[in-house]
Design a protein around this ligand. Structure first.
Ligand SMILES: NC(=O)c1ccc[n+]([C@@H]2O[C@H](COP(=O)([O-])OP(=O)(O)OC[C@H]3O[C@@H](n4cnc5c(N)ncnc54)[C@H](OP(=O)(O)O)[C@@H]3O)[C@@H](O)[C@H]2O)c1
Length: 275
């Protein structure tokens, strides 16, 4: 019998790539997205169930969990998330709250809703998609950094609490090519205007372009990232952490090795904040 995996945020990017790979790799998939229409192009089959799931909506989470009660659910991939960027001094409270509602509280509430189902399957696993920015912080992305640091903390606590029954894996990718940066640009909103006349004006102006260019140059494809997630889904004993990409590997290493003052100087310079 095929095992089932539920994936959040399957409309684009890593989540979408993982749906196809899992199905080809022998898994049955509950593909979820905020809007079911975003999944309408998936090829139907007995190995696919499509559900609407907005991770910030308690009723939507409860409905999705109820709709999976009959399934041998062996894995949950908490992938849904987005990046709220901007200098912390200019960030509005509602932007910060929205970032945490999706990336942190939503992720944990989905986890809680599906834990009873997962517990029924020996070897069940939860993959919490954090980021290398859950291990280090860059400037102009404070809310996102903080949300991913929180995901790391939650996963570590959860592993201590349920790790004997369910494997908890932290996924820590570097830059991945997906819709992430377009969403980032939308979420950016009126920040350039807010930044005018502040010490951040120059850095904000070049930030998006820089991030986009870096992502184009160094990012892994969502497909490669999803392959690594599939390997963890298949592993008899999954690792506690999965760092994806050389950028993530080296950034985490360098932060640990370099003196703090030098590390900060490098980052300030890279983000145009050294003047
Ligand atoms: N791309 C990177 O460089 C990178 C690096 C490290 C970590 N990550 C993490 O990887 C995960 C996937 O990102 P991605 O790169 O694949 O970006 P993506 O293409 O933008 O995909 C993000 C997915 O999350 C969904 N989502 C956002 N808010 C949601 C909500 N409230 N409820 C349900 N789904 C929601 C989006 O759905 P909608 O279409 O409805 O908005 C979309 O399907 C995220 O957690 C991200 O933080 C990405």
């Amino acid at each position: 019998m095929r095992s089932w995996v539920l994936i959040t945020g399957c409309s684009t990017g890593i989540g979408r790539a993982l749906v196809g790979l899992c199905r080809r790799g022998g898994w049955s998939v509950v593909a979820t997205a905020r809007s079911k229409e975003a999944l309408a192009d998936l090829v139907p089959g007995e190995d696919l169930r499509i559900l609407a799931l907005d991770v910030t909506d308690a009723a939507s989470i409860a409905k999705a969990a109820a709709a999976c009660a009959d399934l041998p659910l062996k894995a949950l991939v908490n992938n849904a998330g987005y990046g709220q960027v901007g200098p912390l001094e200019l960030i509005r409270a509602e932007e910060m709250r929205a970032q945490f509602e999706t990336n942190v509280i939503g992720l944990q509430m989905v986890t809680n809703a599906f834990l009873p189902l997962l517990r029924r399957q020996p070897g069940a696993r939860i993959l919490q998609v954090a980021s290398m920015l859950g291990r280090l912080s860059i400037p102009l992305a404070g809310p996102y950094n903080a949300s991913k640091h929180a995901v790391v903390a939650l996963a570590e606590s959860l592993r201590l609490e349920v790790g004997r029954e369910v494997f908890v894996v932290l996924v820590e990718p570097g830059a991945i090519r997906s819709a992430f940066r377009e969403t980032l640009a939308k979420v950016w909103g009126d920040l350039p205007q807010r930044a005018q006349g502040t010490p951040y004006a120059g850095a904000v102006a070049r930030h998006l372009a820089l991030r986009r260019e870096q992502a184009e140059r160094h990012a892994l494809s969502a497909e490669i990232c999803a392959q690594k997630l599939l390997a963890v889904l298949d592993a008899p004993r999954p690792p506690r952490r999965l760092v994806i990409g050389r950028d993530a590997f080296w950034a985490i290493k360098l932060k640990a090795l370099l003196p703090a003052a030098l590390w900060e100087r490098v980052l300030r310079r890279a983000y145009g904040l050294d003047c």
